[in-house]
Design a protein around this ligand. Sequence first.
Ligand code: P6P
Length: 335
Amino acid sequence: MAKQYQTLGEFIIDNQADFPYSSGELSRLINSIRLAAKVVNHEVNKAGLVDIIGAYGETNIQGEDQQKLDVYANQKFIQTLTNREIVCGIASEENDDFITISGCNNDHKNKYVVLMDPLDGSSNIDVNVSVGTIFSVYRRVTPIGTPVTKEDFLQPGNKQVAAGYIIYGTSTMLVYTTGHGVNGFTLNPALGSWYLSHPDMKFPENGRIYSINEGNYVHFPEGVKKYIKYCQEEDDDRPYTSRYIGSMVSDIHRNMIKGGIFIYPKSSKAFNGKLRLLYECNPMAYIIEQAGGKASDGYSRIMDIQPTELHQRAPFFAGSKKMVEKAEEFMRKFQ
Ligand code: P6P
């Protein structure tokens, strides 16, 4: 049972019994993420003061300019996860291919793989708007003791054993699930401790906020256009409010607290949408479903998609259950 304001360390110990088959490795994995998050938070919060802002001069596999903080965050999470003898492989938005971690005895004995977007919303970094880290954890499916293969990473989201995000905002929060509900911890930077500020988070079943980049309206499928007009017309509880930060973690975090829907659909500019299935859509979907919300590609459950590529994209409709169901109704009706 979550006790408000207990520390993350106490919470992990109190809930270790939830993982009868884990010899504490999953807890140690969450602990390593909380350490890296503190280090990255320190850098993100002072980014304006030191020369770490601005493009790193290279582009990642997405063809996006790599911001220095992206690279820094990526290095910190990889370093922390590697040093803790828990993880046998890591896939990251910032790395073209996955990373094999053989362990200190080079015996590949670790059993978890982590997929992550080390600093999502990077286009907001230079303008001091919230950004986030997203992570997703699976048990490996290939034999322990052998190097990981792509198969260990190309698992459907419904096989995740943990997922979470860190939001570097007006306060820094770690929100995660291990399949037993969603809990949010707020960092006290003065003490370097995380406190359980949002126990047992629940996604409101309905809401009045819709989050979508309406600048792409002309490129959207007909069903999305019709749903946007539905949100805007005068009727019972409408028009809704439009809120779009351009940083998915922030948009979804706000919607989880207030109620709402976030949509990044496919369009004539992005045939599979923009968001990456493995380390953006699936971890956020796991958290959203564990909190009672819904996450789909506009037609079916996002976590049931069988991935074929590490960096593949997917259309994403996520948030308050009744709002996602209404949007799916428009997608089916106006194919
Ligand atoms: P657009 C940030 O780069 C990101 O991946 C998500 O965090 C965000 O929701 C989306 O892209 C914003 O994309 O095309 O609306 O600027």
